[in-house]
Design a binder for this molecule. Structure first.
Ligand code: F6P
Length: 341
């Protein structure tokens, strides 16, 4: 078989482990040819290929990013995009496509599958918001990085008696904020799932600083917003592919907290540091498990499915069940963050 492979959307640590597993198992065990496409769906549309052999995947496990490159490009949203994709698939004699991506890439995968291409998907996103899977590649590394950053911010917050706002990624789901907030011992966690009331935030900070501490850590997901009808105006700035302009919510919060409390407040926007560098062991393992499951599924002739973790096991779920849905942080996890304030 000739199996196409692409990584789309934002990069995450652990992608190379998945690519390695697809190539190692696909070439070594099944005797397939693995045809990599450069820069996600853009490479498929442009016929930008990179044949992948065992030599290409040597020593890639500890390396972040993706050796195939990636891009935010949705063929179904561009004029002629789908035709270009279909003609590359035909010209390169691709029998099936493995797409590694988050919501945008998986949505495109379901469109390409509808057009008649066999597709198996693998979920990756530091946001951890892909439906039907307990975890996605990249999340564990991002939480580890964010937790370490909060640990470091603690010491300077305490020394200077400051309120420190740490902004983490998470557009529609606050998984990094909730988990790194708990692991790092943040006083306040603000997530998109639970719009906040600035008056409550301020009341809490004033009480804490009066009663038992002179510093506080506020972890805010980039997609967090004030609740409707509360006393803070905020308009989120969003880019072409739904990416949030970093720093928007935390700058606004800093202003509100300083105005209302008089506490010296600083902002740290972790940004793409959360997506960079060496993957954790957990992400390497997850990438490897998903890679093996995906190439085995392709070999069996499975179509329009995504690898997923459910009850700790790797399973296949219908792609149609996943596209367009968001896995939000459950109340129980946000309640733990609040309980430990
Ligand atoms: O979708 C993953 C993500 O890391 C989001 O958390 C973030 O909003 C976005 O990507 C940033 O996108 P870009 O790398 O295009 O700036």
């Amino acid at each position: 078989m000739r199996v196409g492979l692409l990584t789309g959307g934002g990069d995450v640590p652990g992608l190379n482990a998945a690519i390695r597993a697809v190539v190692k198992r696909g070439v070594g065990e099944h005797g397939h040819h693995i045809v990599g496409f450069r820069n996600g769906w853009k490479g498929v549309a442009e016929g930008d290929i990179q044949p992948l052999t065992r030599a290409d995947i040597r020593n890639v496990l500890p390396i972040g990013g993706t050796l195939l490159g990636t891009a935010r490009f949705h063929p179904h949203a561009v004029e002629g995009g789908m035709d270009a994709v279909m003609s590359t698939i035909e010209n390169e004699h691709i029998d099936a496509l493995i797409c590694i991506g988050g919501d945008g890439t998986l949505h495109a995968a379901s469109k390409v599958a509808e057009a008649g291409v066999k597709v198996v998907a693998i979920p990756k996103t530091i946001d951890n918001d892909v439906w039907a899977t307990e975890s996605s590649i990249g999340f564990d590394t991002a939480v580890t990085i964010a937790t370490e950053a909060i640990d470091r911010i603690h010491t300077t917050a305490e020394s200077h008696n400051r309120v420190m706002i740490v902004e983490v990624m998470g557009r529609t789901a606050g998984w990094i904020a909730a988990t790194a907030g708990i692991a790092g011992g943040a006083e306040i966690v603000l997530a998109p799932e639970r719009p906040f009331d600035i008056d409550q935030v301020v009341r809490f900070l004033k009480h804490r600083h009066r009663a038992h501490a002179s510093f506080s850590i506020v972890v805010v997901a980039e997609g967090a917003t004030p609740a409707e009808g509360t006393s803070m105006d905020y308009e989120m700035q969003v880019g072409q592919f739904g990416q949030i302009v970093a720093g928007g919510i935390s700058d606004r919060l800093k202003h509100e907290i300083e105005q209302r409390t008089g506490f010296d407040t600083r902002v740290t926007v972790l940004g793409h540091i959360q997506r960079g560098g060496t993957p954790t062991a957990a992400d390497r393992i997850l990438g490897s498990r998903f890679g093996v499951a995906a190439i085995d599924a392709v070999t069996r002739g499975e179509d329009r499915v995504m690898t997923a973790v459910q009850d700790g096991e790797v399973v296949l779920v219908p792609l149609a069940e996943v596209a367009g849905r968001v896995k939000h942080v459950p109340d129980s996890l946000l309640d733990v963050a609040r309980a430990l304030a």
